[in-house]
Design a protein around this ligand. Structure first.
Ligand code: FAD
Length: 581
């Protein structure tokens, strides 16, 4: 299955009079020899950075190695007639001010909110239950409590208190996302002016402390404990605990029993859509339509975005200052600053001349934890899955649970832990954790009439298999078959509905999207790689030891997810530095 959109190098930019054709900009133009700023990579963060810089009057060009923009926020028609959010598929984390500042609605962004949003069907084989039970969660608290009461009345009572507790933590963390972390280096060793300036970076931390108040120790525990320990304090029923625990391990090579898994859970509940905290939705036209809207906003102000233009190297002057990039085709593009949307490992180990980076810094970057458990499978089907726990309507039209994140093999936390343990033995999980989504249940533009696109976010799959074996076609298909067998058990007939599939193991995610180890966040979101330690201690302010080079992607604070925060924060840091140049 080949990616669509291959063709001649394209430039998307105001300078070349872009033409809007359906959901994509298409235009040609000439590369200029010099810009104020160059961005390596047109992931959504690189595009956000370019859009902000250009609005601030900094002439910016973005160079993307792939034929499509968006990085992991992309739509690709990998099976004719079916448009897939090939990597990320759900929107929630994008910072609210980015919608406003970049006028994303005006630039074509349309969202489909999901309510209900979570569906966990059971199998309940041998229990005599004709229709197995399921847990459906949405924004209606009374309805949620009814659903939870099927499993535990006590949990139903505790649920609103748990939600309020977690929401308060999300609220406290919120201001920390929109600014560079505390600059400990400047605070300690900078000039008086730098020290005074760095004091302002303390403000969001103090704000967070104020929101949490006397409950700070309890919240500290949520961030550092295994999520099982946290959830056990609140609840007793496994279907609820396991459903909530999925958010704590998603994208992470960790078990719900691993300390620190609470932070990943928080990372996944701290977003919101259209003013609804914690809501997740689908982007009309797939995730690539978000990247298109950001691009449209950037280019409307004069930025240029080039596809199929891989950057080979960052250019450094003899005085040790960044002066542009060299593209893979040999062309040189000068700029005052370079922002890299590529991962820290690609940026500092592959694209930056090593002689300009301190050995200790290079060593730390090369030791970043980039392990990932994720295999994404994109599936085209000719009818909606029909779950035993919630049978389809006679006409086959989507029912409320079809728009949810459908959690399979998630009715017990032990199942999740066992799935993790398999990967620790070098094996793909025997019963993988599966998050099944059907974006076409709300957005019919994605598939031919009656057909659907199904997104399977699955884990755990190690990068290298036991005995050092690499993933080949046979291993890849065997794993996908196993995932399909699991789905078949919950929704008989699923296998017969499959028209085509696209299997992306960790090495595939690395090769196609440039994600080291296949890590969906560029590097793991473990406590030791967050905030002022992201990507490494002392270099969390988007700057690095080489003057004029900046990180603006998920490998920088506040990390992965379609947030745009790293791009926006980096643009502000770069703009301040440019003013003092
Ligand atoms: C399978 C999967 C599912 C996910 N699901 C979700 C989800 O549902 N919701 C969510 O919020 N997040 C999700 N994520 C995480 C989220 O998609 C990423 O964290 C985020 O999109 C990363 O954005 P970015 O702009 O920082 O980097 P990227 O999207 O990785 O962009 C970096 C860009 O740089 C380009 N590049 C690299 N090297 C060069 C070079 N030398 N020259 C030119 N260009 C270069 C790459 O091609 C790429 O386009 C998912 C990720 C994956 C992989």
């Amino acid at each position: 299955m080949a990616a669509s959109g291959r063709g001649l190098s394209r430039v998307i930019g105001a300078s070349s009079c872009p033409a809007w054709r359906g959901a994509h900009w298409e235009a040609r133009g000439r590369l200029k020899p010099e810009y104020d700023a160059v961005v390596i990579g047109a992931g959504h963060n690189g595009l956000v950075a370019a859009a902000y810089l250009q609005r601030l009057g900094v002439n910016t060009a973005v160079f993307e190695r792939r034929p499509v923009i968006g990085g992991a926020a992309v739509t690709e028609e990998i099976i004719p007639g079916f448009k897939f959010s090939r990597a990320s598929y759900l929107l929630s984390l994008l910072r609210p001010q980015i919608y406003i500042d970049l006028e994303l609605k005006k630039h074509g962004l349309r969202l489909h909110l999901r309510n209900p949003y979570s569906f966990t069907p059971m199998l309940e084989e041998g229990t005599g239950n004709k229709v197995p039970r399921s847990l459906l969660l949405g924004t209606d608290m009374a309805e949620n409590q009814k659903q939870i009461a099927q499993f535990s009345r006590r949990d139903a009572q505790a649920f609103p208190k748990y939600e309020a507790f977690m929401n308060r933590l999300a609220l406290a963390i919120d201001p920390l996302l929109d600014a560079a972390p505390v600059d400990a280096e400047a605070f300690q060793r900078g000039s008086l002016l730098q020290r005074l300036k760095s004091l302002s970076t303390l403000k969001p931390l103090l704000q967070a402390g104020r929101v949490l108040g006397a409950q700070l120790p309890q919240y500290y525990q949520v961030l550092t404990a295994p999520i099982t320990k946290v959830l056990d304090q609140w609840f007793e029923s496994e279907p609820l605990k396991a459903t909530l625990a999925t958010d704590a391990v998603i994208g992470a090579m960790t078990s719900p029993h691993t300390p620190g898994s609470g932070y990943v859970l928080l990372h996944h509940v701290m977003g919101g859509l259209e003013g609804m905290q914690g809501a997740w939705g689908y982007v009309q036209g797939g995730m690539g339509a978000l990247s298109d809207a950001i691009t449209s906003s950037a280019t409307a102000h004069g930025a240029s975005v080039f596809t199929e233009k891989a950057v080979a190297k960052v250019q450094v002057s003899s005085e040790g200052r960044v002066q542009g990039v060299v593209l893979q085709d040999g062309s040189e593009v000068r700029s005052k600053v370079v922002l890299s949307n590529a991962s820290p490992q690609v940026t500092f180990l592959k694209l930056t001349p090593q002689e300009w980076l301190p050995e200790e810094f290079v060593d730390r970057i090369s030791r970043l934890d980039t392990q990932s458990p994720v295999t994404k499978i994109n599936v085209a089907v000719d009818r909606l899955p029909d779950f035993l726990a919630a049978p389809n309507a006679p006409g086959g039209q989507p029912l409320p649970h079809h728009q949810c994140s459908i959690h399979l093999n998630c009715e017990d936390t032990l199942l999740l832990h066992r799935a993790f343990e398999d990967a620790m033995d070098g094996l793909p999980s025997h019963r993988p954790m599966i998050e099944l989504c059907i974006p076409s249940s709300l957005d019919p533009t994605l598939a031919p009439p009656g057909c659907h696109v199904v997104s399977l976010f699955t884990q755990y799959t190690p990068y290298t298999l036991a005995g050092g074996k690499v993933w080949d076609e046979q291993e890849r298909n065997a794993y996908a078959d196993k995932v399909f067998d699991c789905i078949e058990a919950y929704a008989p007939g699923f296998k017969g509905s499959v028209v085509g599939r696209d299997i992306l193991t960790p090495p595939d995610l690395e090769r196609i999207f440039g994600l080291p180890g296949g890590n969906i966040f560029h590097c793991a979101m473990t406590l030791d790689q967050l905030y002022f330690a992201r990507p490494v201690p002392l270099y969390s302010s988007y700057r690095c030891p080489l003057r004029g080079l900046y990180l603006c992607g998920s490998g920088a604070h506040p990390g992965g997810g379609v947030m745009g925060a790293a791009g926006r924060n980096a643009a502000h840091v770069v703009f301040r530095d440019l003013k003092s140049m």
